[in-house]
Design a protein around this ligand. Structure first.
Ligand code: ADP
Length: 516
């Protein structure tokens, strides 16, 4: 998001009148002060008050500089400084006194007065002091305005902004960073960034970058994961005691590219500006996957075809062999052992065949059909096909498939393949029974299909790998099922996402554009 910063308005002094409040019970002196200041500082607004109480009432209308007699009928001018500045926090107070004593002067300055002026002042001297006080007030307003704008900018910006103390505790975290971290800017303060939000595998890289930034006082770049840590919620105490396992990154971890720079003012403080590169990295990975697939290319496809022929011949021979086994002269135990062996060879050939079919499906650069596909009906069909297999595993199927709507434009056969692959994965995951829930819903300009199981789920660190070709955790798996799903969904301009935690089942969400 491009940040367009509004122009900074002119300093406050140009838009509002400067105001002086004179507090003196001697009306004659008050009038003289008013005349001197009015003549020396054109355009200035001057109010007068004759007592402390009256001064506080007048102060409420606003003032920049107050000139206060030390001796007032109802108060000491020194005691008036704090309440006056409470009314107008950026104001300055000048104390007026008839006699000079070093102690009184020091006391006045200690109590926060801007200056200590003798009643025997020369007019130009008073004007100069009042002008200096007004300039200081203006600078304070300007600094406050700049700070406010800077804070606003840090808050609204789309990048992450953090500041880390010397012991790597959060001294500042803007709204964007806090929202990704699953916290608020206030709650983040004082927590260790390592214990709360950086996954353990990135600790070393970030520590090294921070050390370089601090030691060499130069900017460094580093990329880390950044996530709301499970078990690390609940304020500064969480994660204390060095229990790194308490703060495991959640599966929604983001990848952040950090630009670290040392603070110019305070020693070990480091500012980090972070850009969320999660989507960019995911795209790069997908492009690399696609490249890897096309690099396997034609040669591999031809090879696959060539393997298929001898494989089919082997299946045929095996078939004949199994039949002949019944005719050979042997006792039942020997015959049984031989049959077992041929069955194993048959199973292995079957697996090779599956691998070849899926590989060819993945590698074949074929276009897709574009026809209206009623996804609830398609899911229903697939579930009918898999019903027996589900029963055999003790899995209950829940169908949440509305009749109306939910028609996407795409390739029926390919979308069926997607559904089969996902349903089969879910069923295979539930070895000890469970529930398979399949839902289809309209979702803005898309149709969303959700396939959810109550199996063992997927460890968060494995989720990024499950779409990789040949990644499998199954003994007889090919590791191509989800790669095919991704390829087909990509061809449809859709999205596929997995939500899962170890022991919590898995939920795969596929969205396909309606594509009117
Ligand atoms: P295969 O099923 O041949 O292993 P896939 O690409 O379909 O290949 O799946 C890759 C891996 O993803 C599986 O081996 C498994 O570890 C994991 N996986 C996929 N779906 C699920 C699921 N529903 N529950 C648990 N793990 C799953």
């Amino acid at each position: 998001m491009p940040i367009s910063s509004p122009p900074i308005p002119p300093a406050r002094s140009a838009t509002s009148r400067r105001r002086v409040l004179i507090v003196d019970d001697n009306t004659e002196l008050g009038d003289t002060l008013r005349a001197v200041i009015a003549s020396g500082i054109p355009g200035i607004a001057i109010e007068t008050a004759e007592s402390g109480a009256a001064a506080l009432v007048k102060a409420k209308k606003g003032f920049d500089v107050a000139i206060v007699d030390v001796k007032l009928p109802d108060a000491s001018g020194i005691d008036l400084i704090t309440p006056l500045r409470a009314v107008s926090p950026f104001s300055e107070v000048l104390l007026l006194t008839g006699f000079a004593s070093v102690d009184a002067a020091i006391g006045a300055l200690r109590s926060g007065a801007f200056a200590f002026v003798l009643k025997s002042f020369r007019p130009e001297e008073l004007i100069s002091i009042v002008e200096q006080a007004l300039t200081k007030v203006e600078l304070k307003h300007e600094r406050d305005e700049l700070e406010r704008r800077y804070r606003d900018l840090v808050e609204v910006t789309d990048v992450l902004v953090v500041a880390l103390s010397g012991s790597d505790e959060v001294a500042l975290m803007n709204r964007k960073a806090a929202s990704l971290a699953g916290t608020t800017s206030d709650q983040a303060l004082g927590r260790s960034i390592f214990e709360a939000w950086i996954p353990p595998e990135d600790h070393a890289a970030l520590r090294a970058a921070l050390a370089t930034t601090r030691a060499q006082r130069r900017t460094t770049e580093v990329e880390t994961g950044f996530a709301e840590a499970r078990g690390a919620r609940g304020g500064a105490a969480a994660g204390e005691g060095g229990d790194a396992n308490a703060a495991q990154p959640s599966p929604r971890a983001r990848r952040i590219r950090w630009h670290l720079s040392p603070s110019r003012e305070s020693g070990d403080l480091v500012y980090g500006i972070g850009i969320d590169v999660t989507e960019r990295r995911a795209l790069e990975k997908r492009a690399a996957d696609a490249e890897a697939l096309s690099a396997m290319g034609e040669l591999a496809m031809n090879l696959a075809h060539e393997i298929r022929n001898p494989l089919n011949a082997a299946v045929l021979q095996l078939h004949l062999l199994t039949r002949n086994l019944d005719r050979i002269e042997a006792d039942e135990t020997t015959r049984g052992a031989l049959k077992d062996r041929t069955r194993i060879v048959g199973d292995e050939i079957g697996r090779l065949n599956r691998l070849l079919t899926e590989f060819l499906e993945l590698a074949r650069p074929r276009g897709i059909a574009r026809e209206p596909v009623h996804l609830p009906r398609l899911a229903d069909e697939v579930l009918d096909l898999e019903e027996e297999s589900a029963k055999g595993r003790g899995v209950t199927i829940v169908r949440d498939l509305p009749e109306d709507g939910c028609v996407a434009i795409g390739d029926r056969e390919k979308l069926k393949q997607v559904t089969i692959n996902l349903v089969v994965n879910a069923l295979e995951a539930m070895k000890r029974g469970g529930t398979l829930t399949v839902r289809v819903r309209p979702d803005h300009e898309r149709v969303l299909m959700t396939i959810e199981d109550t199996g063992p789920g997927i460890a968060s660190e494995l989720i990024p790998n499950v779409f990789d070709p040949f990644f499998t955790t199954k003994e007889a798996g090919t590791g191509l099922g989800l790669s095919i799903v991704r390829k087909i969904v990509d061809q449809h301009g859709g999205d596929v996402e997995i939500e899962s935690e170890r022991g919590q089942g898995a939920k795969v969400m596929v969205s396909i554009p309606i594509g009117r």
